[in-house]
Design a protein around this ligand. Structure first.
Ligand SMILES: Cc1cc2nc3c(=O)[nH]c(=O)nc-3n(C[C@H](O)[C@H](O)[C@H](O)COP(=O)(O)OP(=O)(O)OC[C@H]3O[C@@H](n4cnc5c(N)ncnc54)[C@H](O)[C@@H]3O)c2cc1C
Length: 474
């Protein structure tokens, strides 16, 4: 009977809170277990952008969009590697999530809709609301809204500081509960895995995403330490199948642990041959892949002394007003410190800079010549970069190597179906086991479709998992 079902949700980020709320609303007896001392997970640290199409917010802005267009875009970006049934569930679900969050107290300003990926229509929905001190920006607003609603439900209990380490299984692979780190066994009619990604799990990164850790101690994760991949491990141990690979990385000069997601337009990036290869302000959805494909995977940011004197003010740190804890590497004060420390290489001429860094001198000089002519003409004729362009013409010249090493999101995870049932290696649902959020794989393939797809999917499949687990699925 639905009213007496006991649901255990593991992980209290966006997916877990959404699942707990919906399972509670469906009349289940819900226990939400969270490893950290505070709820929120990566969701609470996030900008909180939700990627959605055909929403009232878009309509208020005059944007004509549709669920099918979003699915087509997603399929193109993923080169048809993803299952349309999941994308349809995601696209339909995120459209509904916008109104669902509104009912929970979130507001969306149509003027703040923005292009959050590689698409041409603004689908990035930025929330406004109370953070309750749970984080810096929109992600915390979403968590706060969910938490407030969960706290009002007397059939949902939250237990923080409780890490789950394994699933209890009965006959025929049926999941019948969970075991915590302290050995407590908690029976359940259904378990929903919502443990997030594994960005803090070096072992799992080595296994499923070695590129993320190839730069040794340069790599670090923007999310919480508790996101080590427990849910993926538990799901696989219960017979689940792994789907997906890769994730999102940000390039960094490794000056410190700064979340520097956006590159100021006055920098140019060159490869070992001294060639530019991208609009340097291009989205993080594609940048790490492009850097990785350069000769030896190497890339340097180059600028000159005039840029250091004039434009390195850090003003480009948050061009979309995400409000996340962003901090620029590219301030004059930081750069001067790094030049002094020898981390940023300098040269009296471009040829000297090239010799000191290992960049090909002829290529660098030719690139600077083209770039300077473009800046003088007011247009980047090669990569069509917009914004404040600055020439590379005043000595001394500077270069610092960048590596894609800051982990934002991990894509590999458990295979689910459109009803959020965890599937086994034969493609059959594992009885009693459901999943939503970054613990799930198969919703991204290499290239990230756009900022907001992760939180959107976490909320959608968290909700769906609750609906299915409480017996409301088709
Ligand atoms: C800084 C930052 C900014 C981002 N910005 C955006 C954005 O604007 N839009 C967007 O779509 N995406 C963004 N992302 C990605 C997005 O936030 C996540 O993919 C998404 O929020 C994941 O939600 P989740 O509920 O699956 O996981 P999380 O929110 O990470 O929650 C997982 C929870 O599970 C808990 N947990 C883990 N293991 C266990 C265990 N064994 N037992 C009990 N609990 C456990 C964790 O402690 C954590 O609280 C951002 C990520 C970061 C780090």
């Amino acid at each position: 009977m639905a009213g007496t079902r006991r649901i255990v949700v593991i992980g209290a980020g966006g997916a877990g809170l959404a699942a707990a709320l919906e399972a509670g609303r469906a009349g289940a007896d819900v226990l939400l277990l969270e490893a950290a001392e505070q709820v929120g997970g990566a969701t609470a640290r996030a900008g909180g952008v939700v990627y959605a199409s055909d929403t009232p917010v878009q309509k208020a802005r005059g944007v004509q969009d549709s669920v099918d267009e979003l699915i087509n875009y997603y399929m193109t970006v993923s080169r048809h590697e993803l299952e349309p049934r999941l994308l349809r569930a995601s696209a339909e679900g995120t459209r509904q999530v916008i109104g669902w969050l509104e009912d929970l107290g979130i507001t969306w300003n149509p003027d703040r809709l923005y292009i959050a990926g590689l698409e041409h229509k603004p689908r990035g929905h930025m929330p406004t609301g109370d953070t309750r001190g749970l984080g810096p920006a929109g992600g915390a607003m979403i968590v706060a809204a969910l938490l407030t609603a969960v706290e009002r439900a007397d059939n949902v209990e939250i237990r923080t500081g409780t890490r789950c380490t394994s699933l209890l299984t009965g006959e025929d692979q049926v999941v019948v509960g969970v075991r915590t780190e302290t050995g407590e066994e908690i029976p359940a009619d259904a378990v929903i895995l919502a443990t997030g990604g594994f960005g803090a799990g070096t072992e799992m990164l080595r296994k499923y995403w070695p590129d993320a850790v190839r730069h040794g101690d340069w790599h670090w994760y923007l999310g919480p330490d508790t996101n080590i991949g427990d849910g993926v491990r538990m799901g696989l141990a219960a017979g689940g199948e792994l789907r997906g690979r890769g994730g999102t990385l940000l390039e960094t000069p490794n000056f410190g642990r700064l979340n520097d997601a956006f590159t100021p337009p006055w920098l140019i990036y060159v490869n070992k041959h001294g060639h530019r290869f991208v609009d340097e302000t291009d989205t993080y959805c594609v940048m790490p892949h492009l850097i990785g494909r350069q000769p030896e995977g190497r890339c340097w940011a180059v600028f000159d002394d005039a840029a250091l004197q004039k434009v390195a003010d850090g003003g480009y740190v948050d061009p979309y007003g995400l409000g996340v804890d962003l901090e620029s590497n590219w301030t004059a004060a930081m750069l001067r410190r790094q030049i002094e420390a020898g981390v940023v290489t300098s040269g009296a001429t471009l040829a000297e800079l090239a010799a000191r860094t290992g960049i090909a001198a002829a290529g660098l000089e030719a690139t600077a010549e083209q770039w300077n002519a473009d800046v003088a003409g007011g247009r980047d004729t090669v990569f069509e970069k917009q914004g404040t362009l600055a020439p590379v013409s005043t000595a001394p010249f500077y270069a610092v190597e960048l590596r894609p090493a800051i982990i934002g999101i991990t894509f590999a995870g458990l295979r689910i179906d459109h009803e959020a049932r965890v599937l086994d290696t034969a493609g059959r649902p594992i009885p009693g086991l459901f999943a939503g959020g970054e613990v799930v794989g198969g919703l991204d393939a290499d290239v990230y479709a756009g900022g907001g797809t992760s939180i959107g999917n976490a909320l959608v499949f968290g909700r769906t998992a609750a609906r299915t687990a409480t017996g409301g699925a088709a």
